[in-house]
Design a protein around this ligand. Structure first.
Ligand code: GLP
Length: 244
């Protein structure tokens, strides 16, 4: 779906999330959301906060799993995805912090494998993700599944691509300070979601969106795996869709 601008697109995605929350809450069921960071979803989070404040949308039954976190990363550092999520969403709505799950960038190396397995098991125990929202990196990564990621990959420690680290440099005061690794949900984890929405705004994303949507399916561009799935929607602004 192509929208005139990122604001109308973000509102539409927030409306879809709100609809799922209301539908499942009415049935007395928990809502399990897979969330993303980066600049792209900020408009969605702003709109969800507005819906909470002005229209009484409650997050009491919402359980969240974030896609990824840098490694190593102090969870309280300004660049951490944990700080990002509280700043843009969780601090402003009535979600129970016990229901918030974000990969832990402060784990000891030896504890990562067990943590990742537990993350997968928790998602399954909650009945799986109702909706996963995604941005896209210029390498074609979703979450931090960089080129080379396998379609059945699970939550794991990965090495970041140089282009990704370059794109993150401004947040860290230089590329040298960007962590070399990250913990990310896998492509297989993302694919198990009942619904997936990938969002992209801005002409900077036009080239990678063209490859993701129209290119040959390949581990070189992990987002092309989404072409396999019929429960995926690409939500774009005109600029991001301009090369299609
Ligand atoms: C990071 C995140 C991704 C995100 C991507 C794009 O690498 N790990 O989940 O989709 O950046 O970020 P932005 O939305 O800021 O363009």
């Amino acid at each position: 779906k192509v929208y005139p601008d990122m604001y109308s697109a973000s509102k539409a995605v927030a409306q879809r999330i709100a609809a799922i929350i209301k539908q499942k809450t009415q049935k007395g069921e928990k809502v399990v959301l897979g969330l993303a960071t980066g600049v792209t979803p900020i408009g969605v989070y702003n709109e969800l906060v507005r819906l909470y404040r002005e229209e009484g949308l409650s997050f009491k039954n919402v359980v969240t799993f974030n896609l990824d976190e840098y490694y190593p990363m102090n969870p309280e550092a300004p660049q951490s995805y944990k700080v990002f999520m509280y700043k843009h969403l969780f601090d402003h709505v009535d979600i129970d912090p016990q229901n918030v799950h974000i990969p832990d960038g402060a784990l000891a190396q030896d504890d990562i494998a067990a943590f990742c397995l537990d993350y997968e098991q928790k998602i399954t125990a909650y009945g799986g993700l109702d909706l996963q929202i995604l941005g896209i990196g210029r390498t074609g990564h979703i979450g931090f599944n960089e080129p080379g990621s396998a379609p059945n990959s699970g939550t794991r420690l990965v090495t970041l691509d140089e282009l990704t680290r370059g794109d993150a440099a401004h947040d860290f005061g230089g590329k040298a300070n960007v962590p070399l690794k990250a913990i990310t949900m896998g492509i297989g984890t993302i694919f198990k979601a009942r619904e997936i929405i990938l969002m992209a705004w801005n002409a900077k994303k036009a080239e990678i969106i063209k490859k993701a949507v129209e290119g040959e399916i390949s581990s070189d561009i992990p987002a092309t795996y989404l072409q396999h799935s019929d429960n995926v929607e690409f939500v774009l602004d005109i600029a991001a869709a301009s090369a299609l």
